[in-house]
Design a protein around this ligand. Sequence first.
Ligand code: TZP
Ligand code: MG
Length: 283
Amino acid sequence: MGVGQKVDKQLQRADLLDSFTAGCKRLTEALRTLTEATQAINPAIAETIEKLRYEAYTLEKDIVVFSEPSEKFKQVRLYVIITSRLPAEVISLTHKCVEGGADCIQLRAKDAEDDKVFALAAEFVQICKAGDVLSIINDRADIAVASCADGVHLGQNDLPVEQVRKLQLAPLIIGKSTHSLKELEATCKELPTYVSLGPVFPTPTKPNVAAVGLDYVKQGLEKLADTGIGHVAIGGITLGNVEEVLRAGAKCISVCSAVTEAKDPAATCRTLKEKITAFKNSH
Ligand code: TZP
Ligand code: MG
């Protein structure tokens, strides 16, 4: 093959994942060729190479399962949680958050019956997909999988991350709440896609959980550095205090009531997003 000659698509990989998958394909094809070539000469070596080929397949699958959700979540700056049992309200708010530029929306429909939550989740996911916004289902991995959501958000007492990973049909974003450094340390070992750090400020949305303050955000981010695990700062964040949270180092801001109880949820999303972007551009 001439040096200047282009191999089909070699120079046009869509993204890192695409390049990675192409590289893995070459690796496994090369290992297959080596197995075939060594078979007649040394069957024991051929068998070892064949085992390596299977290990390469497993490694490829594991890397995709971990990296694809992380890559998707890396883009998230504004993450809105919609807490409501009223389907019409959930749907209307979802449209408004998409319109306002939320990067990720979580459906937190506590205490409703499964069939109702599923129907709502399915519609919610479709709206998010149409708007190119990530969709996350709170608590319920089964409903996240069934509704083809991008991910699930788990509390400390929900299914362990590892068990949720076994349920996925496609790589899922898996988030988990943390409220202290001790919880964060244990949660990091489970390798979720992201963790939530909070409640930063007191919040009526989680009235029984004490606020942990900006110090927890700072310390949590130090712990997360170089782990590849993403984060959201959460709890009592509003248009009035979001900059304090950004100054503490948070890159991703999660809000519930600041948007869902705003007079104009879309405009509030837009202003929050502008504040996050302006802060990012000036630092
Ligand atoms: N986890 C920690 S605080 C919180 C959750 C789900 C609620 C966030 O809601 P708000 O209304 O933005 O304070
Ligand atoms: Mg939960």
